[in-house]
Design a binder for this molecule. Structure first.
Ligand SMILES: Cc1ncc(COP(=O)(O)O)c(C=O)c1O
Length: 438
């Protein structure tokens, strides 16, 4: 499509003619209050079709730890395309990519590759149910594990669009099989009593506990001290599997993900995003004992494109870079701290109450309508966040050349491309946006 001289709105109308709703992810529909159609992206910058340049803090929802259009990644994948990127047969890259993951992630000895986080989560749950012979899966409020039938609860964005409270548990979406969530239970995050009670009552029925070890999808809420270890102890004692969904945290909050950062090893780990640098690839992995039913092919995990050579070349390139850069995670921590300080300073200057929570390069920034007394659970945040004002702030910031997700619960993702000069420029834009907010 020739987008020259066309506005975002005109382009979006054209897309809507042939792509239902103008987007290919329902999440994206809720996330675009102002039509913005991308022309290109580089580093931490995106340009829309009107040629406006924006500093991006959403960064494709997290894969680009080295920024957009990373040269090493582009060259490696281009090379793989000239060698055949998909044959539906095993390739040496399977061993190289698998070994890199096994070397870097403490709880992984073996993997199965998939194309998306949703697929890999689905697979992890199936493996846990097949291994334990039990059905019940425990989830936590606000944690997102993709959109497959047995795990999807109406997301925070949908709830806000519907005007429902973000803490309300609304099963799934229209069209889901009635009872699809009958085999899941949900408890609040960081609430030791609630999870202990559930295990005391239903422990013998629990196949798995699945969680984002840092609740990145709703407010960047770290695990309370001892909480991950409690989950480890409860699952081990009851013979259920502990699954860390590290789709976001993997290779981001530490080289070995949240399990390295917090020193707790799950039975199964789900990885995606940073590992592929933006290519559609994911993995479910664990120790050989946990992966046994996949090794013997008694549990079913498939996919024509699963582990295709193009995606695995991306994984090998990203993880080789990550392994080689010894100071990478200190650098990322520094960028996180500098961004946090910058945002705090802007809000302090403008005397605006704000909540900021950060784990490494994951950060939540939210305007508040009342002081936040606790910030351990989604409920704590949802009651104090000023969602509508935050949306207006986001629109104003976008006009000033800074993009972040309009939903206050969604994380900001930082990368090595968010340099000090970018942050200085961002400070001015955020300040102007706050002044316009009135
Ligand atoms: C923690 C987590 N798990 C699973 C998923 C689903 O991954 P995908 O959108 O690739 O299916 C996401 C997506 O953002 C995620 O953040």
């Amino acid at each position: 499509m020739d987008s020259e001289h066309r506005t975002n709105a005109e382009c979006l109308e054209g897309i809507k003619e042939v792509v239902a709703g103008g987007v290919s992810s329902s999440m994206r529909a809720a996330a675009v209050p102002q039509p913005l159609v991308v022309q290109r992206a580089n580093g931490c910058l995106v340009w829309d079709v009107e040629d406006s340049e924006l500093v991006d803090f959403n960064m494709g929802y997290g894969p680009h730890v080295f920024g957009y259009a990373d040269r090493d990644l582009a060259e490696a994948v281009a090379d793989q395309f000239t060698k055949g990127h998909m044959t539906g047969l095993p390739h040496e890259l399977d061993a190289v990519a698998g070994s890199l993951i096994a070397e870097l992630v403490p709880g992984v000895e073996q993997v199965r590759f998939a194309n998306s986080g949703t697929e890999a989560v689905t697979s992890a749950l199936r493996l846990a149910r097949a291994t334990t012979g039990r059905q019940l899966v425990v989830t936590f409020e606000g944690h997102y594990h993709g959109w497959s039938e047995t795990i999807l609860r109406a997301g925070k964005t949908t709830l806000q669009v519907q005007g429902t409270r973000p803490t309300d548990v609304v099963p799934g979406a229209p069209g889901m099989i009635p009872g699809a969530l009958e085999h899941t239970a949900q408890v609040p995050w960081n609430d030791p009593e609630a999870i202990k009670e559930l295990f005391a009552r239903d422990g013998a029925r629990i196949a798995a506990v699945i969680l984002e070890p840092v609740l990145a999808n709703a407010g960047v809420i770290p695990p309370a001290p001892g909480f991950l270890q409690l989950l480890r102890d409860l699952t081990s004692r009851s013979g259920s599997m502990l699954i860390f969904d590290e789709v976001i945290t993997g290779f981001r909050v530490a080289r070995g993900g949240a399990q390295e950062r917090y020193g707790v090893e799950p039975d199964l780990t789900v990885l995606s995003k940073v590992m592929g640098g933006g290519f559609p690839v994911a993995a479910v992995g664990g120790r050989k004992t946990a992966m046994r039913l996949f090794a013997t092919n008694e549990a079913h995990h498939a996919g024509v494109y699963a582990g295709n050579h193009g995606s695995l070349r991306a994984v090998v390139t990203m993880l080789t870079k990550i392994r080689a850069q010894r100071g990478l995670y200190d650098e990322l921590e520094g960028i996180g701290a500098a961004t946090e300080n910058m945002v705090r300073e802007v809000f302090a200057t403008e005397k605006r109450p704000v909540h900021i929570s950060r784990v490494g390069t994951l950060m939540c920034v939210a305007l508040l309508k009342k002081p936040l007394e606790r910030s351990d659970t989604l409920r704590d945040l949802a009651e104090a966040f000023n969602f509508s004002q935050h949306r207006r702030f986001q629109i104003l910031a976008q006009r000033e050349g800074v993009y972040f997700h309009p939903n206050a619960l969604e994380p900001w993702f930082l990368s090595t491309a968010h340099t000090q000069s970018v942050l200085d420029k961002t400070a001015g834009a955020l300040q102007r946006a706050l002044v316009s907010l009135g």
